[in-house]
Design a protein around this ligand. Structure first.
Ligand SMILES: *Cc1c(COP(=O)(O)O)cnc(C)c1O
Length: 391
């Protein structure tokens, strides 16, 4: 299906709302009926029909249809956060005593879900180096029910071979879930490679404006029906209609933003690659990256996140460099219109919960919609502020 059709038309029936170009925000908790019969009939199809907004809302439903089509999935569910979507996908597919194999170093709260929350319910896991698909197979136990991927993963952007892992999972009758937030459905379509469930932090590129927290889950109709009837309705972490509307608005410009972000990132990464202050870059779409061939196979472009290691380990100077950046905001999250850094030294405090944290000289960047010239000039002046002090 044509992407511009999905984004501009699919799921929208403007004749239903006075020809309004932007769909209405159905900011209502519930929907009313003229007759008992109509109400009874609607309740039978609570996931498909406007009955109660925890189950179905027409504004949210437009977004569900678009996201499902973008991911080549049969159906989608929208959640109040990416973490709610991740949790629903995993919890729906495990019972007490089951086991999950997960790529190592997933997003921090995915890690927490598996290593703290689900442990309370007797669900165990093995975290594997996902760069070799064989590691997933080797970690499979008789009670393994889920293989969890995040490709590229957070901070260091290692990839997993989606087709190979999906094939292993099918052989063992195990459900595969991928966190596809980094690539978006525009740059990577995991379902085409045989992955069962795709989840997104829609807070990031789908929203694209750093003004909404939300999540999306795309899968077969059978899978979304199963999740709807349990985790979606019981845990109830569904998106508010207004936030769904903001996501629809963000989605309108997703292709334009992603193309721009990808092009600017290539320029900034090239600049940093040559810089004597940078000892290493983690970016999957770099020709020198060990997984570049895989990146070209399963992602059409590189997105805007990468991590650098500075060629210094003096924390005071690292902090000074970060503090001197003007155009890059210092914040968590990513995927909005603005460029950001997240310095790993933020995580190096006495209260870092003893978790494995990225080395202190790592800085994660996310490129926004500024010009590459402005961003490079900003980095250059911040390096200029610390270079005289290096001994
Ligand atoms: C931010 C993020 C999440 C969590 O999403 P929220 O919307 O913040 O709940 C999950 N996975 C990845 C890769 C993320 O970056």
């Amino acid at each position: 299906m044509d992407i511009s059709y999905i984004i501009n038309e699919l799921g929208e029936d403007r004749s239903q709302y006075a020809g309004a170009v932007a769909p209405p925000i159905m900011q209502t908790a519930m929907f009313s009926f003229d007759t008992v019969e109509k109400m009874r009939e609607t309740l039978q199809q609570e996931s498909e029909m406007p009955f109660y907004t925890r189950g179905h809302n027409p504004t949210t439903h437009i977004l569900e249809q678009k996201m499902a089509a973008l991911e080549n999935a049969e159906d989608a569910l929208v959640f109040a956060s990416g973490s709610a979507a991740v949790a629903a996908a995993v919890i729906a597919n495990v019972n007490q005593g089951d086991h999950v194999v997960c790529v190592q170093k997933p997003y921090s709260w995915t890690n927490k879900l598996l290593n703290s929350f689900l442990n309370r319910f007797g669900v165990t896991n093995t975290m594997v180096d996902g760069t070799d698909p064989q590691n997933f197979e080797s970690a499979i136990q008789p009670n393994t029910r889920v293989l969890f991927l995040e490709s590229p993963n957070s901070w260091t952007f290692e990839q997993q071979d989606l087709a190979a892992v999906a094939q292993i999972a099918k052989k063992h009758d195990i459900v595969t879930i991928i966190d596809n937030s980094y690539a978006t459905p525009l740059f990577q379509k995991p379902i085409d490679y045989g992955i069962d469930i795709v989840v997104h932090s829609a807070t990031k590129y789908i929203s694209g404006h750093s003004d909404t927290v939300a999540g999306v889950l795309c899968a077969s109709k059978a899978m979304t029906n199963k999740i709807f009837a349990s985790e979606y309705m019981t845990l109830g972490g569904v998106v508010a209609p207004f936030n769904a509307w903001l996501l629809l608005r963000g989605l309108r410009t997703l292709p334009t933003r992603m193309d721009r972000v990808s092009a600017t990132t290539a320029i900034v990464v090239n600049y940093l690659q040559e810089h004597s202050m940078v000892s290493k870059i983690y970016y999957p779409y770099l020709e020198s990256d060990p997984q570049y061939t895989l990146a070209k196979k399963q992602m059409t472009k590189g997105a805007g996140q990468f991590t650098i290691e500075l060629a210094i380990d003096d924390i005071a100077l690292i902090e000074k460099f970060c503090n001197h950046l003007q155009r890059f905001l210092m914040a968590c999250s990513w995927g909005g219109h603005e460029s950001l850094i997240f310095p790993a030294c933020v995580l190096h405090t006495s209260a870092n919960y003893n978790r494995a944290v990225p080395p202190v000289n790592m800085i994660r960047f996310c490129i926004g919609l500024e010009t590459p010239e402005a961003l490079i000039a900003d980095i250059e002046q911040a390096f200029g502020a610390i270079i005289p002090e290096i001994r």
